[in-house]
Every structure is written in C-alpha cells, then in structure tokens.
Design a protein around this ligand. Structure first.
Ligand code: S3P
Length: 450
C-alpha cells in the first residue's frame, strides 16, 4: 500500500498471441462490500474469491480497527466475525485508505451514523480526489467533517447516533455516493432514500438484501424520465453469509482487449462477473467487431457470471453512447487502447467523471497514447481517437516512460498497448497495479507463454 518505494518502471512488448485459459481475481467492488457487511453481521461470514489487492486490504484493516475479527485461512477463504450494526468501535488510529476511493467513501457512510470519529488518510492520488460528494449527504444526516481544503483527505469525520434519515437525489452518477448513504442508513432509524437519475452498479443493493436488510428498489417518474428509487429501512439486523466473489469484469477487460488486439490470440477468461450495471465494455467491443463469446453463463454469489472466449479481431471505430458510461466507467482507459488500433474513428463523450478517478484519466490516457504513437484529441468530456486500422502502434521511444500517476488502470491499459506495439511501451511504475490486480503481470506471462 505504501508506494513511497522507488518506482518500478517496465517495458511491455509483444510476446506472441494470448492463448489458453486464465482466471482473473475477485471483483473489487464486491470484495469491499463483503468485508464491510460481514463486519456488521453478528456471527461468522465466510468469503471465497476475495480480491487480495491493496485497496481491499485497506478496507479489511479499517474494519479490524473498528472491532471486526478478519482472518485469511490457508485455503484462501476469508473469515469475518462482525460486531453488529450500530456497534462499530472507535478506531484508535487514522484509517489509512491508501489509493482506494471506494474504501474511503463507503466507510465514511458507515462511520457517519455511528457515535465514533475517524481520521481518513490516503496516498497522493486519493488525497486529491473530491470527498464533498459524500460530505454533503452525510452532513444532512448529522455527521460533521473537518476536511482539507477543497473537501479532500486528510479528513476527520465525527459520526452521530441517532442520525437523521434523508432523501437524497444523486447529483453525479456514483455508486460510491449511493452506497455511502445506504450504508449510513443501515444504522439510522426510519427509511433513508437514494434517488438515482442514472443507474449505477448495484452490488450494495444486492448484498444488503442478501445479508437480510430491508431494502426496496423501485422506478419512479422524474423530470427526465424514470429514476431508480432505493429505500433502506434502518436499524437493520444483518445475518452472516457465505459469499463467493465472482471474477472482476474490470480486470478481465485488460485481457479481453489484449486478446482482441494481438494477432493469433484465442483466450478463455474464466468466471467473469457480468452484472448488467458493469458489463457494457463487452457489448461496445462486440459492436466494434470483437469476437467475445460467453460460455457457460451461470450465477455465482447472486451475480451473473460466464467464461469469455476472446479471439483476435479486426475492430472498427464507433461512437460510444454516453448512456452506457456508468456501466463501464472504469473501462474507458482500456477502450481507448482498443480504439487506437481500430479502423476509423471512435468518439467518446459524457466522461467528465473520468477526470476525478485515481488520476485524470482523460488527460493521462490522451498523453500516454500520443506518446505511444496514437492519434488522439482530448475534449472536456471525452476523447476522439483515429485508429491505425489494425497496424501496431509505434510504441514509446527509448528513454520515454508513460506517466501512470499512481493509477492502476493507466498502468495496465498502457501495458496492453505495449503488447500491440512495434517497439513496446515503457511505463514509469508498475507498483499501482497491485491495488486492484496483483497477479496481472504473472497472468500476462502465462497467457503469452501457452
Ligand atoms: C465503485 C464505483 C465507481 C468505480 C470504482 C468502484 C464502487 O466509482 O469507478 O472503481 O465499488 O462503488 P464512482 O461511484 O465514483 O463512479
């Protein structure tokens, strides 16, 4: 979690087709939530397939600091003994969130409706990200905050119990903000309501129900069409669960695009979560001409899952419908790489939120791809990319390294660009990859070697 070590630069270059079978690690969003809800259920929750990346380990450490007992068993199962809703303990040191916006914003929701206070700290990337979006609703519920200038970390949160139930309409399409309010609502008497003008990932809703919380999801007519309305009944009593975490579609995305771009590839990616609020990248890539076949569609841990067979394909540029943005918000960096090798132009819009992720992903990807030889124009809310028509990108010149800005998805996207380049692409630091996908490089080696 501490990236103060010297950076580890690396050049990623073509190493032949990606073939055989790989399994990507567990879903990051579901892993965070299983630790948080397990820590609030009295009794033992058992989790298999948990993502053991730095972001999720930051959540585990925070839940331990607030009273839960969390242990990894030798077979990789995680055992969580929770404290009960309303019984989180006062942490006796700052909660170190590392690079993880999800840990920070969701835990702020949990702390807000408990009679405890917590200091939240993060790395340089996280300390620049906006927290006002959760401070606003949680203040309405009664919590108080001392944030750094601009509403950022380090931040002191004083929770309150009883908190006040609110009705909150999300001003940005953000599952993190939605989840912060729902989690605060767990320990708030009465009904807390979140209105979502645009649907975002629904893992919190699914898992809260799975743990026995009373939660209603409906659709109501709003000013601009149908809106999702989510109501949680507070002072919930959560029951411990046995959870299997499906593979992360956001991690599978890098291997999907790599196999589409590298000639001769024919790769099976096992156990990929395909929750419709997450899976839009695969549809967009199919619309571009990508061969992505779903095998053995099934349900794992209440989520749709399939194995994906991906074969090298000629891609064509498209205009991406801004309506799908929330369902692939983390996948635009790797889509930009695919677009750089497609035939024709790809247009993306409605991506303002990408500017406040682990880095400004529009600026970071535009300059990274240009350095690697792609044709990219940057606009306020998206990129327009002129593809090579299947030819490899030139790659980065000797002595030039792509700046990854402490952003795992920039690092992995540009690693994939390196596989589809003539001279390879050098990135300035591979360390951020461990926040979400610690086995990325090993899996890349194994898929290329088969
Ligand atoms: C996440 C929600 C998304 C996403 C992040 C994980 C979650 O953030 O980018 O990687 O687990 O709720 P926003 O809600 O800010 O869009």
């Amino acid at each position: 979690m501490n990236h103060s070590n010297p950076p580890s630069p690396k050049r990623f270059a073509s190493a032949g087709p990606l073939t055989g079978q790989i399994a990507v690690p567990g879903d990051k969003s579901i892993s965070h939530r299983s630790l948080m809800l397990g820590a609030l259920a009295v009794g033992e929750t058992r989790v298999t397939g948990l993502l053991e990346g730095e972001d999720v380990l930051a959540t585990a450490a925070a839940m331990r600091a607030m009273g839960a007992t969390i242990a990894r068993e030798n077979d990789g199962t995680w055992s969580i003994h929770g404290v009960g809703v309303g019984s989180l303990l006062q942490p006796n040191q700052a909660l170190a969130m590392g690079n993880s916006g999800t840990s920070t914003r969701l835990l702020m929701g949990l702390v807000a409706s408990h009679p405890i206070s917590a200091m939240f700290t993060g790395d340089a990337s996280l300390s620049g990200r906006p927290m006002g979006r959760v401070i606003t609703p949680l203040s309405e519920m009664g919590a108080s905050f001392e944030a750094s200038q601009g509403g950022t970390l380090p931040l002191m949160l004083r929770g309150i119990s009883p908190a006040v139930p609110i009705t909150y309409r999300l001003p940005v399409a953000s599952a993190q903000v939605k989840s912060a309010v729902l989690l605060a609502g767990l320990n708030t008497a009465g009904i807390s309501t979140v209105i979502e003008p645009v649907p975002t990932r629904d893992h919190s809703e699914r898992m809260l129900r799975g743990f026995g919380a009373k939660l209603e999801v409906g659709e109501e007519k709003g000013a601009n069409g149908l809106e999702r309305v989510i109501r949680i009944h507070g002072e919930a009593d959560l029951q411990p669960q046995t959870i299997t975490v499906p593979g992360d579609p956001s991690s599978a995305a890098f291997f999907t695009v790599a196999a589409l771009l590298v000639p001769g590839s024919d790769l099976i990616i096992q156990n990929v979560g395909l929750n419709p609020t997450r899976a839009a990248l695969f549809d967009v890539l199919r619309d571009m001409g990508g061969s992505i076949e779903e095998l053995d569609r099934r349900e794992v841990g209440g989520e749709p899952v399939a194995d994906l067979r991906v074969q090298h394909s000629a891609l064509t540029g498209i205009e991406v419908d801004p309506a799908v943005v929330p369902a692939m918000v983390d996948e635009f960096p790797i889509l930009f790489v695919a677009a750089s090798l497609a035939q024709g132009t790809t247009v993306t819009r409605g991506l303002e939120e990408l500017r406040v992720k682990e880095s400004d992903r529009l600026a970071a990807m535009a300059s990274a791809l240009i350095l690697a030889g792609a044709k990219v124009e940057e606009y306020g809310d998206g990129l327009v990319i002129q593809g090579t028509g299947g030819d490899p990108l030139p790659g980065t010149a000797d002595g030039t390294a792509i700046a990854t800005h402490l952003d795992h998805r920039i690092a992995m996207s540009m690693a994939v660009a390196g596989l589809a380049s003539e001279n390879g692409v050098k990135i300035d630091d591979t360390a951020p990859i461990a926040t979400s996908f610690p086995t990325f490089e090993a899996l890349l080696d194994s898929a290329s070697a088969q």
